[in-house]
Design a protein around this ligand. Structure first.
Ligand code: K7E
Ligand code: CUA
Length: 660
């Protein structure tokens, strides 16, 4: 769009805002003839122009919020500016990503390897739920966590550089869904299994499901100073083989507790060829499943006291111990629930039953009273005490069809997605009544409001994460984009502002944070920072004078620098079979002066942001001449930023590993 058109549109919009503001006196704010003709030519109505004005963000102007959206099967995280809905970055997390050199240098290869099951390199992930770190129940802008449902991994992303710095995986469970959620001071990152398996993944027949299959809720201990999850300090709680689903941490009134919904308490495992019901119908027989109420503070004490038993690589509190110690309770919840969300004051827990038309609002005060008085309605088949349903709830909201997830705006309203209706409902927390519904397009799963899971939500925008987009965009064949829809929730009626197609994975959930709370580095400072440790890299060289090549016991070390527009050294000569370690430092201290480093046909591409040191190790197994070059258009002479790797055939006589 040209500058003049934007100008006209803006004038039109301002005029229309004025016009809308004083509906009675229309003549006061009529748009000019040129604006009217532009609107006519583009087929826009007033509402369209108002929506455009609320999202349009001129070049050079930053957004109000960061949104971190899961990238689903891509195994990445999308960073999106709100309200402009401009995509800013895909953070590589569970999947190699060439632009960021993720999975190509030694550091990020190690991160991916740490999160892989033994002997298996994973090349995809299914990222579901991002969770921002919290201090005293509010976002602190320091870290982001996200899970990989497919492979039971949890990642730590540093918001200093928007890079993945750690991936953890336990051999305890095979797969997760109830992750990630954090406790109010990010003491723990919570991950629970969805599909029950024998813990530690030993073999057991499905006939022995009840005896040998189990779920687990893992509490990953997070060391904020180190920015890392500490596996030794982490523990898990063994739970029945139900499908544990999402988790929500208590806060304020309910601090120290975590609430996890579950489905398939029927323990369906399929077996349609033997005449058993498919999992979908087998898991939908009962009218109630169980919300898991877990006292995590008590669990941490019990784990520290030595009552947890190691299974494979993690300490596990056995289910019986969790029952005896008052760690685990159940409350019935209707029916095949999905979302569980604690209100900002920590007093209530809202659960959506996928196959129920209600949202059930539990009162933590009542729950605590029942637990303290040991008023139980019975026990489940594993002996877990069940609290009476009616006495645990404050009430129910008649919501509509297919309620899934709820967010809060901090102004007394809850917002719940209705998957089957393809709508978002706004309802009042005080009288539990729906007061507005807005259609979304279509099949909405999660929704996101900034700070919804904190003590202080910031209810200005809502983003609906729609699974289907059917007729919203130009056709691109049978695989359609997902649709993120921005909704203004400041007015009496919710207003749809913008559609952002996501042509990648399935963004399940997103979290939004006020932009000024995130303070990322502009570049790595001083020169020679390791992107994972954020300390000086032991192999960094900080001037071209220090650049060199050395032959050592473990191979050839190349200490290399990059600056516009050359590498030093720019000729690397090694012998066939040599292990080559390239330690490459970008000497730049200028914003955006990123260089790349690719070696032809060796499957290597590094991203060297200013000041960063990257290490890459490879075996020069094929003789020949291999040009290397910079993959970022960094300067006018970018195409000249190149050099040669010469791999001398075995038996050759060239003197190698000398600085050229
Ligand atoms: Cu897509 Cu949270 Cu994994 Cu609901 S989940 S929709
Ligand atoms: Cu450095 Cu292009």
């Amino acid at each position: 769009m040209s500058r003049t058109k934007i100008g006209i549109l803006t004038v039109a919009g301002l005029a229309i805002v004025a016009m809308v503001a004083c509906r009675g006196g229309r003549q006061a704010g009529r748009p000019s003839a040129s604006v009217e003709s532009l609107m006519k030519a583009r087929g826009l109505n007033e509402a369209d122009v108002v929506a455009a004005l609320k999202t349009y963000t001129p070049t050079g102007k930053p957004d109000e919020y960061y949104m971190f959206a899961s990238g689903g099967h891509s195994g990445q995280v999308l960073v999106i500016g709100v309200p402009s809905m401009r995509i800013l970055k895909y953070i590589a997390v569970f999947t190699p990503e060439p632009w960021q050199g993720y999975g190509f240098d030694d550091e990020t290869k190690r991160i991916l390897a740490d999160g892989s099951p033994k002997g298996k390199a994973l090349t995809w992930g299914d990222s579901h739920h991002p969770a921002l770190s919290q201090t005293n129940g509010d976002y602190d802008g320091q870290f982001l966590f996200i899970n990989d449902k497919a492979n039971a991994r949890v990642a730590v992303i540093s918001l200093k550089d928007f890079n993945t710095s750690q991936i953890v995986r336990s051999d305890l469970i095979q797969q997760d869904h109830g992750a990630s959620a954090v406790t109010p001071n990010t003491e723990y990152v919570i991950e629970s299994s969805q599909f029950a398996t024998p813990l530690g993944n030993t073999y057991a027949k499905l006939d022995n499901y009840e005896q040998q299959y189990r779920g687990a809720v893992i509490f990953w201990s997070f060391d904020r100073d180190k920015g890392r999850i500490n596996k030794e300090k982490s523990f898990a709680v063994e739970v029945p083989p139900y499908s544990q689903d999402l988790a929500s941490s208590g806060k304020l009134a309910s601090d120290g507790w975590v609430f996890i919904n579950s489905f398939n308490t029927e323990e369906a495992t399929g077996g349609t060829r033997e005449g058993k019901p498919a999992i979908e119908s087998g898991a939908s027989q009962s009218d109630m499943d169980y919300m898991h109420v877990i006292n995590w503070r008590k669990a941490a004490e019990v784990a520290a006291s030595g009552k947890a038993k190691p299974i494979k690589d993690l300490r596990v509190i056995p289910m019986q111990t969790a029952i005896d110690e008052g760690i685990l309770y159940f409350i019935p919840e209707p029916k095949s629930p999905h979302g569980v969300d604690v209100t900002p004051d920590g007093k209530e827990i809202c659960v959506s039953g996928k196959l129920d038309t209600h949202e059930t609002i539990y009162s933590f005060e009542k729950i605590k009273g029942l637990i303290d008085a040991k008023t139980f309605a019975g026990k489940d088949r594993y002996g877990v005490p069940i609290l009476p349903f009616q006495q645990s709830i404050r009430g129910q909201v008649e919501m509509g069809l297919g309620p899934l997830h709820t967010q809060f705006d901090g102004k007394g309203y809850g917002y719940t997605t209705l998957f089957i209706e393809s709508k978002v409902a706004r309802w009042s927390l005080s009288d539990l009544k729906v007061i507005d519904k807005i259609p979304v397009h279509y099949n909405v799963g999660h929704l996101s409001i900034p700070g919804s899971d904190t003590e202080h939500p910031d209810g200005k925008y809502l983003v609906a994460l729609d699974k289907w987009s059917i007729d919203r965009f130009m056709p691109v064949g049978p695989l359609l984009p997902q649709n993120l829809q921005l909704i203004d929730i400041t007015g009496e009626k919710m207003q749809l502002l913008y559609d952002l197609p996501i042509g990648l994975g399935e963004p399940h959930y997103a979290q939004m944070i006020r932009a000024d709370l995130v303070k990322p580095w502009a570049f790595y400072k001083p020169v020679g920072i390791n992107p994972v440790t954020h300390d000086k890299d032991p192999f960094a060289v900080t001037s071209e004078k220090e650049a060199r090549m050395e032959r050592r016991g473990d191979g050839v070390h190349v200490y290399m620098t990059a600056i516009r527009s050359h590498y030093v050294p720019d000729q690397i000569v090694v012998k066939q079979g040599d292990t080559v370690h390239i330690h490459l430092t970008n000497l730049e201290q200028t914003k955006d002066a990123t260089h790349g480093f690719a070696i032809d046909s060796y499957n290597i591409n590094l991203s060297l942001e200013p000041g960063k040191t990257n290490n890459v190790t490879f075996v020069a197994d094929r003789p020949g001449v291999f040009p290397f070059y910079c993959t970022e258009f960094c300067s006018a002479l970018h195409l000249e930023m190149a050099g040669y790797l010469l791999v001398e055939p075995k038996g050759g006589t060239e003197s190698s590993a000398a600085v050229r």
